[in-house]
Design a protein around this ligand. Structure first.
Ligand SMILES: [Zn+2]
Length: 344
């Protein structure tokens, strides 16, 4: 009975300190198993004097019940803890910031073309697009470019075959093809811009690529002069590059305009004082333009005595390079997301 008393003194602590269900099972085995004090005492009841048996038996039963209840309580506690652990492991922390889903954005070339188009749309121009494979007629002949012109050589132009025996098919070298296509279908007045992809047999260098993008502008109306061209381009440049950039027009030659000019802008890098980017001149060539040659108007059946017009063509990559200080045209085509992300 002394042993039982001792057991009942230490057992509750042992049960409570069972760290997990396995440990509790061991404790239970010690306290209530076949070799436990209580089991062995029960087996030896028969050896006691008959008058002591009922009281001793009752005490053993009481101790057994007491310990069983304590073990059951601890087991319930441990099972709850296991369940809590599982729930904790599966818990979703709704306060964690969500992983950002990368959304796309337009390529810088597309952004540039759209921004230029928007500026001209605000002036009342329409936007037209057309085929990248076009006829030599639309790309050259109708634009007053004679059969002997060097731009028509395969060293400059990529030919893809014949539409009909007299008219070769080519990858357009300029979006000026859309001037012709539009004027064939519409009577004056004409105010359009034509953005799109162009191809030339150029070797890749810092500013040239065999594939590039151009936006062409054309205005045909009564009394259009070089002054209208200059005013329109000055407005365009102010809107696109900001008012601090200076522009100048230098005489040039294009088959489809007369007079023709090249427009330069003051260098973005040195602001006109001269640097490596502008080859020391302080200016960067940006676009070609001019008053539409009467032959071009006549080629599409316009009355060149009544109507006149101006046209310009500008490369989208070049515009973006000048505006953002990008030093090589390859950045537009390599599609390195670290570069492109800067313009997202
Ligand atoms: Zn410069």
């Amino acid at each position: 009975m002394d042993q039982l008393k001792n057991l009942l003194t230490v057992a509750p602590d042992r049960i409570r300190s069972a760290i997990d269900l396995e440990a509790l099972k061991e404790v239970e085995n010690d306290l209530l198993g076949r070799k436990s004090l209580i089991a062995e005492s029960r087996r030896s009841l028969a050896s006691l004097p008959p008058e002591e048996r009922p009281a001793t038996g009752a005490r053993l039963n009481q101790a057994n019940e007491q310990l069983t209840a304590l073990i059951a309580a601890r087991r319930a506690e441990l099972e709850r803890a296991v369940e809590d652990d599982l729930l904790l492991g599966d818990r979703v922390d709704v306060t964690l910031p969500a992983r950002a889903l990368g959304s796309g954005w337009h390529h810088l070339v597309t952004q540039t073309l759209e921004e230029v188009a928007d500026i001209f749309v605000s002036l009342g121009y329409g936007v037209v697009t057309g085929p990248e494979v076009d006829t030599a007629w639309h790309n050259f002949d109708a634009l007053n470019t004679p059969p002997t012109h060097p731009a028509r050589l395969e060293s400059d132009t990529m030919y893809v075959g014949y539409g009909d025996p007299d008219d070769e098919l080519l990858l357009r070298t300029q979006t000026s093809t859309m001037q012709v296509r539009y004027m064939e279908q519409h009577d004056p007045p004409v105010y359009i811009v034509a953005p799109g992809r162009c191809y030339r047999t150029d070797t890749l260098d810092a500013t040239h690529s065999p594939v590039f993008h151009q936006i062409e502008g054309l205005a045909v109306d009564e009394h259009i002069t070089m002054a209208d061209l200059k005013g329109t381009l000055a407005y365009f440049m102010r809107e696109f590059l900001g008012s601090e950039r200076k522009i100048r027009l230098l005489p040039h030659f294009f088959p489809f305009t007369e007079p023709s000019a090249e427009m330069h802008v003051s260098c973005f890098n040195c602001d006109g004082s001269g640097c490596r980017v502008c080859s020391g001149s302080g200016w960067i060539e940006l676009l070609g333009c001019g008053v539409v040659d009467p032959h071009v108007l006549e080629a599409v059946g316009y009355d060149s005595a009544k109507y006149s017009g101006f046209a310009f063509g500008v490369g989208a990559e070049r515009l973006a390079m000048v505006r953002h200080g990008i030093n090589h045209i390859k950045h537009f085509f390599e599609n390195d997301s670290r570069v492109l992300r800067q313009f997202s």
